[in-house]
Ligand binder design. Structure first.
Ligand code: SF4
Length: 419
C-alpha cells in the first residue's frame, strides 16, 4: 500500500512503500485511503472470511461511482496522492471491462494529476493475461492472498463446494510473474499455519515472493471465532514470528515483511508517522481519514472491516450515502459520533496504559470492537501480533547486536529448530 501509515491488514505489502510527504510537513490531514466495493461478491468461500454478503453478485452502478468521486473531491480532503483500494469482495469477480470504464470516470476527476493510486487485493483465482495487461496499463498495485503451501492454504481457503483453491491461486501467482507484475502477498496466520514458519518461509522463497504481510486470523464480522483461540495460540504465534524473523535475517533472500518493516521504522525513526500534533497517524481511528464505500454508495469510516456489518449497539456502521449528501454530513450522524467517542475513549485508555501507544495510535478499532466487545477498550490479539511482538523481536535483536545482554536473546545467530 501506498502508505504504511496504518496497521490495517487490509492494506497490502504491495502498497507499503510510503508515498505521502512527511507528515510533519503537512498542514492538514488528507484522505489517506478510499476503499470502494465494486461488488460484495466473492467467487470462493474462505472459512475465516468476515464479509457477510459475499454471495451477493450485485455491482456498483457507474452513477454511484461518479458520485463517490464527486463527494471525495468536493470534501477538500484530496491533496497528496491517496490509495484507492478495490476491496470488500473479490475485486476480479467484476470484469476488467467494468474497471476500464470506472478508471476513466476517476480520471476525469484527477485531470492531469496522478492523485489516485489504484490498489487491489485478490485471491488470484481469476487472474489471467488480460488482467495483467490492465494492471500494467493503469499502474495498479496488486496484492495476492496466499497462505503458503497447499496443505496450509487449502485448509481454510476453499470454494463453496469445499475444494481447495491453492492450484488456482498459484496459477494466478505464476501469471503475475510471467507478466512481470510486481505484487505483495498477504497470508493469514491461523491454527494450521502457526506451527509451520519454515514451510511458509520456504514457500515464499521458492515462489519469488519478496513482499509479505501477515494477517492474524481475527474475530471480525461474520468470523465469530478464531482458530488461534485454541491451546497456546499466542505463544505459538510468537514462536512463529521469531522463527520467521530469524530465517529472514539469516538469509540473503530479499523478503520484506510488513510488520517487521513498520516495527523497525517505529524504533529507528521515531516520529516518521506522527501528525503535526505529535500523535501516531492511525488512519483507522481518524475520523474520515479512511472512507469506505459499498456498492450502493453507503459509506463508513474507520476500519474498512466495519463496512456493511450489522451492529445492534450503534444501529449501523453506515454513516451516510454519497447519493444523499456530502462526506462531511457523516459527522452529524449519531452513530458516527458515538463510534468516534468510543474509539477516542479506547485510545485514551491505550495512551494511559500502554507504552506502545506512540507506535500504533491505538491500532485497529474493528479488532477492539469484535474481540473486546467495545471500541472503548485496549489490547487485542491483533495489536499484540502486529505491533507488540514485532517491536519486541526487533528490539531484542538490536540489543543483541549492540551487546546488551541482560535479556534472553530472542534471535540467535544461527537458525535453531523450533521445539
Ligand atoms: S494496547 Fe494495543 S492498541 Fe492499545 S496502545 Fe497498546 S499496542 Fe496499541
Amino acid at each position: 500500500m501506498t502508505n504504511t501509515l496504518t496497521h490495517n491488514p487490509t492494506i497490502t505489502p504491495a502498497t507499503a512503500s510510503g508515498d505521502l510527504p512527511p507528515l510533519h510537513q503537512m498542514e492538514q490531514l488528507y484522505l489517506g485511503l478510499l476503499v470502494i466495493q465494486p461488488s460484495p461478491f466473492c467467487n470462493i468461500n474462505c472459512d475465516y472470511c468476515y464479509l457477510p454478503d459475499r454471495a451477493d453478485k450485485r455491482r456498483m452502478d457507474f452513477g454511484v461511482l461518479e458520485k463517490v468521486m464527486e463527494r471525495v473531491w468536493e470534501s477538500g480532503m484530496v491533496g497528496p496522492p491517496f490509495t484507492l483500494l478495490w476491496h470488500a469482495g473479490e475485486p476480479l469477480a467484476v470484469p476488467v471491462k467494468w474497471y476500464r470504464e470506472a478508471f476513466d470516470i476517476i480520471d476525469r476527476f484527477q485531470k492531469d494529476q496522478q492523485l489516485v493510486i489504484h490498489s487491489l487485493q485478490t485471491n488470484g483465482t481469476l487472474l489471467n493475461d488480460s488482467w495483467c495487461d490492465f494492471f500494467k496499463e493503469r499502474n495498479v498495485e496488486v496484492g495476492l492472498s496466499v497462505d503458503g503451501p497447499a496443505f496450509i492454504h487449502d485448509h481454510h481457503r476453499k470454494t463453496r463446494s469445499g475444494e481447495g483453491t491453492w492450484d488456482k491461486a498459484m496459477r494466478g501467482l505464476e501469471t503475475l510473474h510471467r507478466n512481470e507484475i510486481p505484487f505483495g502477498v498477504v497470508s493469514v496466520i491461523s491454527d494450521i499455519s502457526v506451527d509451520h514458519p519454515d514451510e511458509i518461509y520456504d514457500f515464499y522463497r521458492e515462489n519469488g515472493v519478496t513482499g509479505i504481510g501477515f494477517n492474524v486470523e481475527e474475530i471480525e464480522g461474520s468470523n465469530q471465532t478464531s482458530s488461534l483461540d485454541r491451546v497456546d495460540g499466542e505463544e505459538r504465534l510468537r514462536r512463529f514470528l521469531e522463527r520467521f524473523y530469524l530465517r529472514n535475517k539469516a538469509d540473503g533472500f530479499p523478503l520484506r515483511v510488513r510488520e517487521f518493516d513498520i516495527a523497525r521504522k517505529n524504533i529507528l525513526e521515531p516520529g516518521w508517522s506522527h501528525t503535526p500534533d505529535g500523535s501516531y497517524y492511525n488512519l483507522e481511528a481518524d475520523p474520515l481519514g479512511m472512507i469506505n464505500v459499498d456498492c450502493f454508495g453507503n459509506f463508513s469510516s474507520f476500519s474498512p472491516e466495519l463496512l456493511g456489518q450489522p451492529t445492534e449497539k450503534y444501529g449501523s456502521f453506515s454513516f451516510g450515502n454519497v447519493l444523499n449528501g456530502s462526506i462531511f454530513d457523516a459527522t452529524k450522524n449519531e452513530a458516527f459520533q458515538r463510534v468516534l467517542a468510543d474509539i477516542e475513549a479506547g485510545n485514551r485508555k491505550c495512551a494511559e496504559t500502554c507504552p506502545y501507544f506512540t507506535h500504533c495510535g491505538g491500532a485497529s478499532p474493528s479488532n477492539k470492537y469484535y474481540e473486546n466487545g467495545s471500541f472503548d477498550s485496549t489490547e487485542t490479539r491483533q495489536c499484540r501480533a502486529t505491533v507488540k511482538m514485532p517491536i519486541q523481536i526487533i528490539l531484542a535483536d538490536l540489543e543483541d547486536e549492540l551487546g546488551i545482554t541482560d535479556h534472553e536473546p530472542v534471535v540467535s545467530e544461527e537458525p535453531q529448530p523450533i521445539v
